[in-house]
Design a protein around this ligand. Sequence first.
Ligand code: HEM
Length: 120
Amino acid sequence: MPKGSLVIVNTCALYRDGRFFADPERFDPDRFASGWEKRIPRYAYLPFGGGPRVCIGNGFAMMEARLIFATVAQRYKLSLEPLEEIEPVQLVTVRPSGPVRMRLERRASAPLSQATGGRA
Ligand code: HEM
């Protein structure tokens, strides 16, 4: 490979490789359950890149995502609006091509003050 070449890893194909991810087309968040990293080769999953230029925000981003998800999901049940279709777009990360309309239902166990962080 010539010096200075731009190399892009096709993560979309990598994450659908059955050698590393069983039944890769299935939506299965549990595949990331505790200890999953040990079951695949080190660079089979690299949302933050790898090597010397690995993302320095990795730990922060993962913590932030968990906190946001835990805070929202404790208070609300989220479901996709009927007929809403999501078209995935592969950039550095996979994202929807446009806004995703979701329905939020307050969970019975979450009082109004908790659901709004005390602002209602
Ligand atoms: C889900 C969130 C994020 C994802 C998926 C992500 C992903 C990535 C990827 C793929 C790279 C390129 C690695 C490479 O060149 O091989 C990168 C680099 C970088 N990221 Fe992130 N990132 C995220 C959040 C953040 C946050 C929150 C920060 C800062 C607080 C950050 C700061 C950086 C910096 C400074 C680099 C360049 C590192 C270098 O070239 O030495 N990222 N990120």
